[in-house]
Design a protein around this ligand. Structure first.
Ligand code: HEM
Length: 135
């Protein structure tokens, strides 16, 4: 499976490492997102290594990431505008370091995960016991 995805998309561990490092370089320089990360991440080495494992699992199905992203995002001071900006920078970086097929593969997955993290963070802000809005 991993080999087939690599062949089809041109994605490799080296490309994903460039993607993660390039992307978080932009995030750290971003005037809106940069400070949110800077307040929470002091040692970037382990975070970048974790994010390479995450993208290896998500994009290449290697199973290398075993964490739980949702609890890390529910308390963040963010709205969809922040996720939109995150996705803009991700798309830009993917276009720089991946083949068109590889960029499409990671961008599609990033969009899906961003939507589910956003929903989880919105849901966590509901008052306890309130009736869920299902539409
Ligand atoms: C507004 C957008 C986002 C912000 C501000 C944000 C911020 C953060 C921060 C500050 C951390 C470190 C948390 C900690 O260690 O305490 C983190 C971790 C992480 N983020 Fe995000 N994030 C955003 C969107 C995303 C998206 C869209 C994805 C996936 C496509 C993602 C995936 C992850 C993962 C996998 C971790 C590591 C969780 C773990 O510790 O296992 N984030 N994020």
């Amino acid at each position: 499976m991993t080999r087939e995805i690599m062949k089809r998309t041109g994605l490799t561990e080296a490309v994903l490492t460039d993607l993660v490092h390039g992307f978080y370089g932009k995030i750290r320089r971003d005037p809106v997102l940069g400070p949110i990360f800077a307040e929470r991440i002091t040692d970037w080495g382990p975070h970048l290594a974790k994010m390479v494992d995450f993208w290896s699992s998500v994009a290449l199905m290697t199973g290398r990431y075993h964490g739980a992203p949702v609890p890390k995002h529910v308390g963040l001071p963010v709205t969809w505008t922040h996720f939109d900006r995150w996705l803009d920078l991700f798309r830009e970086t993917a276009g720089e370091v991946c083949t068109p097929e590889g960029a499409a593969h990671v961008i599609q997955r990033a969009g899906r995960i961003a939507r589910s993290l956003h929903m989880a963070s919105q849901d966590a802000r509901r008052p306890a016991g309130c009736v869920p809005n299902l539409v």
